[in-house]
Design a protein around this ligand. Structure first.
Ligand code: IVH
Length: 667
C-alpha cells in the first residue's frame, strides 16, 4: 500500500473508531491502539502535506488561537420554545394543535430537553463547515474550531446525506466530567462552576481550542434543517441523521396520544436523575413536517413545539442567622443557617450564600421564609424569599461584614472578584490552622497522626504558629498535652521525621501558595528544579512555563515577596526538607516502560501514593481498574476481593511489595 493510500485507510478507520467510541459509546479497539493509529496518521500527514484534509481526524484540535469569534448570521433563525411547568398546559397545547390541524390525527415526538448550550452545525457536501452558537437567534458566534474538538460531532458525514444541511442540538458536559473539573478547580482555588450548563458555555467560548478539547464535551442533536431532507417526519429525519453519524438520543419516542405523552413525562421526571447528562425538561414536537408548516410560528417560537420544564426541587424554610466562615486562603464564605428541611432525600440545615452581591440581590432579612433549591448545583442555595410571609415585625437586614470574624482585620475585595478576603494570612487563626492542615495532608507532607483537632489544640496552646513550627515538635512537648499519649507523640514525631523524604514537588504543593495545586506544583518542579530557582524567577519567566499562566505566576511572586513566607521556607530547608528535584524523583529508569499497573491494598514500606509515583518514575502507568490490559497488580494487604477475583479470571499476576521493589532495583 502506498503511503497516500495508507493515509486514506487510517482516516477512514479512525473516523469509525471515533464514532464507535464517542457516538455509540462502544469502542472496538483499545485506547493504546487508537493512539498508535493516530500517531501513524500524524506522521504520514506531516510527510505528505499535499494530502491535507480539514476533515481528517488529526484536525480536531487546531493549534492556532482564535482571538475573537466572528459573528455569523444564521441561515434559519434559531427560535426558542414556549415553556410550561404544568401538565394541564401541555394538555391545552395538545388541544390547540388538534384544533389548528382541523381535527386531523397527528403524532408527537417526545424528547429530553438537554441542559447545555445550543449549537448549529453546517454541513456542505457532508463536511462540517461551520459551528455557530445561538447568539440572539439571528446571529451567533462562529465557534467552528472549538466544535471540532468535540468528538461526538462528526467532521464528515456518511451515507446518503443531503448536499446542504444544518443540524441543531445541544453541547453538554457530562456530570462525571463536571465533577472532575470542579474538583480540579477547587484544588487550584479557582471559582467552581455552579452546574454543567455554565461549565459548558464557559468551555465552548474559550479562545484556545486545546482547552476546549480538555473539557471533554459531548453533544446530542435534535433538529435537522435543510431544503432537501430525506423524510417528511421529524422522527424519521432524526433516525436518518443517526445514520449519517450524529449522536441522537436513544430516548426519543413517537407518541400517538396525549396519554402516551404524559406517561413519557412522568417516567422521565424521576428517571432523568440516572442519566449521565443534565436535563431540565421534555420537548414535544409535532412529527409531520407538513403539519408543522401548517401550524406555523409565533414571533418567538414555533406553535408545533413546546417544552415542559421539570420543577426544580425546592423547599421553604426559615432563615435563622448568617455566619461567615474563613477559609485557608482567607476567602470569606457567607453561610445561611436554616430550620432543618427535607430536600430531595437529604436534610438541609445550611445553604451557601456565595457572596455579598447575591445577599444584596435576595434582600434577605433574618427570620425570612426562604426557598432552598438543589437543582443542578452541588451545594443547596437560597433562590428567593417568600415576601408575603413577612410579618410587620421584620428581622434585621442581612448585611456583609467589613472585618474578619476571626481576627478583626479589615476585609478586602480584589478587582473583578466577587469574594471578600481577610488579608491577614500570617496572623488569622483559621487561615493559619488551615495552612497547617493542608501541609500535613496525605497528598502533601503526609504527616499521619497530626489531625485537625490536634493542630487546633496545639495552635491554641501556643505550640504551633505556622507550618515550620511542626518540625520543632518534640516527643516530650507533645506528650505533655492532654489527650495525646506518649505513643501518639512518638508516632507523630516519626511521621515528621519521615516527611523530610517527601519529594520536592509535594513540598512545593504543601507550602500552600495560592493557585499552586498538585498539578501546577509538579509542572513547576519539573521546569525550575529547585525552590531557589522559583524564588528568584521573574513573573515573566514563571508565566513562560507550560501550564502556568499570569495569574499563577503573579501569585508565586507575591508569595516570595513576603518576608514571613521566605523565613518559613528557609526554616523548612534547614530542617532538611527536599528543596530540589532529585534525579530519582524525575525519571529513574525504564524498567516498567509500557506496563499498566494497578495498585491495591495496604502497604508497609511506602505509602500507596509513593508506589504510584515510583511506577511513573520507572516509565510505567498506574491505572485504576483491572482490565485485560493490566500487566500486573501491585498488591499490599487486604486487597479488594472484587479485584482479586477479576485478576484470577483474567490470569493477571499479583506482585508483592518486596518483589516490586526488587523489580525497580530498590532492594
Ligand atoms: S428544539 C424550534 N429539542 O431548549 C425548536 N430544543 O428554547 C428548536 N433544547 O435553547 C429547539 N433539548 O437549546 C429542542 N430536544 C430538544 C432540546 C432543545 C434542549 C434547548 C435548546 C433551546 C431551548 C429551547
Amino acid at each position: 500500500m502506498s503511503e497516500l493510500d495508507e493515509i486514506q485507510q487510517l482516516r477512514h478507520d479512525l473516523e469509525l473508531h471515533n464514532y464507535n467510541y464517542y457516538v455509540r459509546s462502544n469502542p472496538t479497539i483499545s485506547d493504546q491502539e487508537f493512539d498508535r493509529l493516530m500517531h501513524r496518521l500524524q506522521e504520514l500527514e506531516s510527510r505528505h502535506p499535499e494530502a491535507y484534509d480539514a476533515a481528517s481526524p488529526t484536525q480536531r484540535v487546531g493549534s492556532d488561537l482564535t482571538r475573537e469569534f466572528q459573528h455569523v448570521r444564521h441561515r434559519y433563525p434559531m427560535l426558542s420554545l414556549a415553556n410550561t411547568y404544568s401538565e394541564s398546559e401541555i394538555r391545552d397545547w395538545y388541544e390547540r394543535v388538534s384544533r389548528g390541524l382541523g381535527g386531523e390525527a397527528f403524532d408527537v415526538v417526545c424528547e429530553l430537553k438537554f441542559d447545555g448550550t445550543s449549537i448549529s452545525l453546517w454541513y456542505d457536501d457532508g463536511l462540517l463547515t461551520r459551528a455557530v452558537t445561538r447568539g440572539d437567534g439571528q446571529q451567533g458566534d462562529d465557534i467552528t474550531a472549538n466544535a471540532r474538538t468535540i468528538r461526538s460531532i462528526p467532521l464528515r458525514l456518511h451515507g446518503n446525506y443531503p448536499e446542504r444541511l444544518e443540524m441543531r442540538g445541544e453541547v453538554l458536559m457530562p456530570w462525571s466530567v463536571f465533577e472532575q473539573l470542579n474538583a480540579q478547580r477547587a484544588e487550584q482555588e479557582e471559582p467552581l462552576f455552579a452546574n454543567p450548563r455554565n461549565a459548558t458555555s464557559g468551555s465552548i467560548k474559550q479562545q484556545d481550542p486545546a482547552v476546549v478539547a480538555s473539557r471533554q464535551l459531548d453533544s446530542y442533536l435534535y433538529y435537522v434543517l435543510g431544503d432537501t431532507l430525506p423524510c417528511d417526519t421529524h422522527y424519521d429525519n432524526l433516525l436518518a441523521a443517526r445514520q449519517w453519524g450524529f449522536k441522537i438520543s436513544e430516548h426519543i419516542r413517537c407518541c400517538h396520544s396525549i396519554e402516551e405523552v404524559m406517561a413519557y413525562i412522568d417516567y422521565w421526571d424521576t428517571e432523568r436523575k440516572n442519566l449521565p447528562v443534565a436535563t431540565d425538561g421534555i420537548v414535544l414536537k409535532v412529527n409531520s413536517l407538513r403539519q408543522q408548516e401548517e401550524l406555523g410560528l409565533t414571533a418567538k417560537s414555533p406553535r408545533w413545539a413546546i417544552a415542559y420544564k421539570f420543577q426544580a426541587e425546592r423547599a421553604l424554610t426559615r432563615l435563622n442567622s448568617v455566619s461567615f466562615q474563613v477559609g485557608r486562603t482567607g476567602a470569606i464564605t457567607p453561610v445561611a443557617n436554616l430550620d432543618a428541611v427535607q430536600l430531595s432525600g437529604t436534610t438541609v440545615k445550611r445553604a451557601s450564600l456565595h457572596n455579598a452581591d447575591i445577599i444584596r440581590q435576595l434582600d434577605l432579612h433574618i427570620g425570612d421564609m426562604v426557598y432552598v433549591e438543589k437543582g443542578g448545583e452541588i451545594i443547596p442555595k437560597i433562590t428567593g424569599v417568600d415576601v408575603e410571609a413577612r410579618s410587620f415585625m421584620m428581622g434585621a437586614e442581612v448585611g456583609f461584614i467589613t472585618r474578619c470574624p476571626e481576627c478583626g482585620t479589615e476585609l478586602i475585595r480584589y478587582d473583578g472578584e466577587a469574594a471578600h478576603y481577610c488579608p491577614n494570612d500570617s496572623g488569622c487563626p483559621p487561615q493559619q490552622i488551615g495552612k497547617m492542615e493542608h501541609f500535613v495532608s496525605r497528598r502533601a507532607m503526609n504527616i499521619d497522626g497530626l489531625g485537625s483537632e490536634t493542630i487546633t489544640m496545639m495552635y491554641h496552646a501556643g505550640m504551633l504558629h505556622n507550618i515550620a513550627d511542626i518540625y520543632e515538635l518534640t516527643v516530650p512537648s507533645m506528650a505533655r498535652m492532654e489527650r495525646l499519649g506518649a505513643k501518639s507523640a512518638h508516632n507523630i514525631r516519626k511521621a515528621i521525621e519521615q516527611s523530610v523524604q517527601v519529594p520536592f514537588e509535594r513540598v512545593l504543593y504543601a507550602i500552600g501558595i495560592r493557585f499552586v495545586g498538585e498539578t501546577t506544583a509538579r509542572q513547576l518542579a519539573r521546569a525550575m528544579r529547585s525552590m531557589d530557582a522559583i524564588r528568584n524567577a521573574s513573573q515573566e519567566q514563571l508565566a513562560a512555563i507550560d501550564g502556568i499562566g499570569q495569574k499563577i505566576a503573579q501569585s508565586i511572586c507575591e508569595y516570595f515577596r513576603q518576608v514571613a513566607n521566605c523565613e518559613i521556607v528557609d526554616r523548612l530547608k534547614a530542617y532538611g526538607l527536599q528543596m530540589e528535584t532529585h534525579a530519582e524523583t524525575a525519571v529513574a529508569s525504564d524498567r516498567l516502560a509500557g506496563k499498566n499497573i494497578v495498585v491495591s491494598g495496604v502497604f508497609h514500606s511506602h505509602s500507596r501514593d509513593e508506589y504510584k509515583q515510583m511506577i511513573e518514575q520507572h516509565g510505567g502507568k498506574n491505572t485504576g481498574s483491572v482490565t485485560s490490559k493490566t500487566d500486573f497488580i501491585l498488591a499490599g494487604d487486604n486487597m479488594g476481593p472484587a479485584k482479586l477475583e477479576k485478576a484470577k479470571t483474567l490470569g493477571i499476576s499479583i506482585i508483592s511489595e518486596e518483589d516490586f521493589l526488587l523489580m525497580i532495583g530498590q532492594q
